[in-house]
Ligand binder design. Structure first.
Ligand SMILES: C[S@@+](CC[C@H](N)C(=O)[O-])C[C@H]1O[C@@H](n2cnc3c(N)ncnc32)[C@H](O)[C@@H]1O
Length: 409
């Protein structure tokens, strides 16, 4: 099977690989390639209907091909980045094409997308403020290979921030550990180790072992648009250093909350949007933040402790919660995980009839599926912004403003 195939590479597909045709007509998803290239590719996976392959030799290169800055971003090696071989402006065009395609296919909507760089971007590198390393039997920390549990030991990660790298987790030994997560906000750093580890190596950072605090700090602090947020180790926070500010500003702009508004914040995390919206709606308004993770809720309650108008509830967001437990909000923001809110939750939101909804999405396909529910109910898509929060990968973040036809934009 492993005679390399010579392939003409076509457009990019969800997942970051490009589409080609094998000599027998089957679709091939080719990694490490670019549209328009001719490559020799090694098959890495075969199914009845398609193949996966890695381009191992480029016969005709795209003008947008660059030398990957990271030595581990190679066929068969680290699976963390999809597009280190692609010039940054072209990465953003590929992401825009993927979003446009999902909107067309799943929501029946034609929209031109521009993917915006995040302020503070450094050539698409040094942006991960949180990295989870897997650990092998020998105690070495590394990153997973593409679609594999196999570990690629690395001595550095070029997309991690300098502050994360200062811990040097990749150069230490973690015997018995399953995973080591390093989080940094500036020089404030926390290492969160999980697994059966007896001897934790010396690190210049706070330490949490299997959720048990061992050494301060146990979390990090972030500052966004004049507010301060505490995030415990293992809690959710946007990973790119510029992400929280750019997303919060887009959410505030999209919702345009006024004093007295009643806002619901679904999948609220540690209260990033809830706290800022609390300031906008003031003491005559209200913000109800729903979040499923008790640890994030504890952080959110602390982060909004000065705002009696903000309430935080630990609850799983589902159609029942949305229909029955949030009252009649005038505005709603949701920021679900990759699976999206789902059709039932989207229908429940439509049923609440808020003036505006802002949907923050990290997966264009699940977003487009949910968007269709709003469009079918007569809602309109106002602004749709796309941010390059995850350079070198195929991922992109969307902030969409939706409104009922009779509501002002
Ligand atoms: C993408 S994060 C967004 C957090 C926050 N908006 C932010 O930007 O920092 C998604 C959050 O949803 C929470 N979550 C996931 N599924 C959930 C569910 N079914 N119900 C409630 N919260 C959920 C996760 O714990 C996580 O905090």
């Amino acid at each position: 099977m492993n005679e390399p195939l010579e392939l003409e590479v076509g457009s990019v597909a969800a997942g970051g690989a490009c589409v080609a045709r094998a000599p027998d007509g089957r679709v091939v998803f080719v990694r490490h390639a670019l549209p328009g290239e001719r490559v020799r590719a090694l098959v890495t996976e075969t199914t009845k209907s398609y193949l996966r392959a890695d381009a191992i030799e480029v016969l005709e290169a795209s003008p947008d091909r660059v030398e990957p800055p990271c030595p581990y971003a190679r066929p068969g090696r680290c699976g963390g980045c999809d597009w280190q071989h692609v010039a940054l402006p072209r990465q953003r065009l590929l992401k825009a094409a993927l979003v446009e395609e999902q909107l067309r296919r799943l929501a029946g909507l034609t929209r031109d997308i521009v993917v915006e760089a995040v302020p503070g971007d450094v050539e698409g590198l040094r942006w991960r403020t949180r990295v989870q390393f897997a650990v092998d039997r020998a105690g070495r920390a590394g990153l997973h290979r593409h679609r594999s549990h196999d570990l690629e030991p690395v001595d550095a990660c070029l997309i991690a921030t300098e502050d994360v790298e200062a811990v040097g987790a990749e150069l230490l030994t973690w015997p018995g550990a399953k995973a080591v997560e390093v989080t940094a906000s500036g020089a404030q750093r926390v290492v969160h180790v999980s697994g059966r580890i007896a001897d934790v190596p010396e690190v210049e950072a706070g330490l949490v072992v299997n959720d048990q605090p061992r050494r301060v700090p146990h979390g990090v602090r972030h500052h966004v648009l004049g507010r301060s947020y505490e995030v415990s180790a293992g809690g959710f926070w946007q990973v790119h250093p510029g992400a929280a500010t750019v997303l919060a500003a887009a959410v505030l702009e999209g919702l345009d909350a006024q004093p007295g508004d009643r806002v619901v914040d679904l999948y609220a995390g540690v209260g990033l949007f809830a706290a800022l919206l609390g300031d906008r709606v003031g003491p005559t308004g209200s913000v109800l933040a729903l979040e499923g993770d008790p640890r994030a809720c504890a952080d959110a309650a602390r982060n909004t402790a000065d705002q009696p108008q903000v309430r935080v509830r630990t609850v799983a967001v589902d159609a029942g919660t949305v229909s029955g437990r949030v009252g009649r909000p005038s505005l709603l923001v949701l920021d679900p995980p990759r699976a999206g809110a789902g059709v039932e939750v989207a229908r429940a939101i439509v049923g609440l009839a808020p003036r505006r909804v802002v949907y923050v999405a990290c997966d264009p396909a699940t977003f487009a599926r949910d968007l269709k529910v709003f469009l079918d109910a007569g809602w309109e898509l106002g602004s749709l912004r796309a941010f390059d929060l995850f350079p070198m990968t195929e991922h992109v973040e969307l902030v969409a403003m939706l409104h009922r036809p009779e509501s002002a934009v």
